[in-house]
Design a binder for this molecule. Structure first.
Ligand code: SAM
Length: 255
């Protein structure tokens, strides 16, 4: 996993047992540090703080860090299943029951879809993001409302969705894609810190067209692509589009 060389390290600052930190560093094949100074070439660090696995950059070292946030987003109803309304639900479709999120990232869309009562399977290829997601999904299943309703966290498949989508036992009703698009050149609204860090760590997803083609083969009924409002539709003219704040959900029906 040479892609993290000089970019990422695990940070242990006396938080109890060092073993999980060592194991995490070994899994990701990155160094384990006990402190960070200006000599460290890495700009990203993983560490456990306040019971969560967190991703830090040098700016976030003192301030906290980024985690897979398992709380509902602003404006989302705090119930399960939350009402299926808003642009995302309209794009997923009234008859959809099963969804594969093939680009899970920070899991925010997956968790929104899960909280609306859809059955969600998550795919993510970045080993760092899958560590953060596994930690978030472990915290999710321990929440009181999840336990009361006897719910399990979404299942997470680790790997490249272009390959994994070709090996499914049964097609999901919908495949959801939110790949990383290049930023707009003109000045635009600043992306969220979590997305800026993701872009710095992983870069743009150069193979989104292949991912769309794989999704088109594997989906049962539809593909939904989330994209910035300035981007060209990924799969050509969509059958439907739903607009959110500075973004668009393009829907492609399976013929
Ligand atoms: C823009 S982020 C997704 C953000 C996500 N929708 C959320 O709510 O947090 C894109 C993510 O998709 C992942 N990704 C892109 N192409 C992929 C592929 N072919 N297979 C698996 N994961 C992929 C990237 O590693 C990245 O973590």
């Amino acid at each position: 996993m040479q892609k993290y060389t000089g970019k990422l390290a695990v940070l242990y600052q006396g938080q109890g047992d060092i073993l999980p930190f060592q194991q995490l560093a070994e899994r990701l094949k990155v160094p384990l540090y006990q402190s960070v100074n200006n000599e460290c070439p890495e700009s990203f660090f993983l560490t456990w703080r306040d019971g969560c696995l967190k991703l830090l950059d040098k700016e976030l070292l003192k301030k906290g860090g980024l985690v897979v946030d398992i709380e509902p987003r602003n404006g989302e109803q705090r119930s399960w299943p939350a009402p299926k309304d808003g642009a995302l639900a309209h794009a997923l479709g009234r008859k959809t029951k099963t969804v594969i999120d093939a680009t899970t990232g920070w899991g925010q869309d997956s968790l929104h879809i899960f909280r609306m009562g859809y059955e969600v399977l998550c795919i993510e290829r970045s080993p760092v993001m899958t560590e953060l997601l596994s930690d978030g999904f472990k915290r999710l299943v321990e929440l009181e409302w999840m336990q009361k309703l006897n719910l399990q966290s979404p299942r997470l498949l680790i790997g490249n969705a272009i390959e994994l989508l070709a090996t499914l036992d049964a097609p999901p009703d919908c495949i959801y894609l939110d790949p990383m698009f290049p930023p707009k050149r003109k000045k635009s609204a600043l992306p969220k810190k979590s997305m800026m860090v993701l872009r710095d760590l992983l870069g743009d997803d150069q193979d989104k067209e292949q991912l769309f083609a794989a999704a088109l083969m594997a989906a049962g009924k539809r593909i939904v692509v989330k994209s910035p409002d300035y981007a060209e539709p990924l799969g050509g003219k969509p059958n439907e589009s739903f607009h959110g704040k500075l973004l668009r959900y393009d829907v492609y029906f399976k013929g």
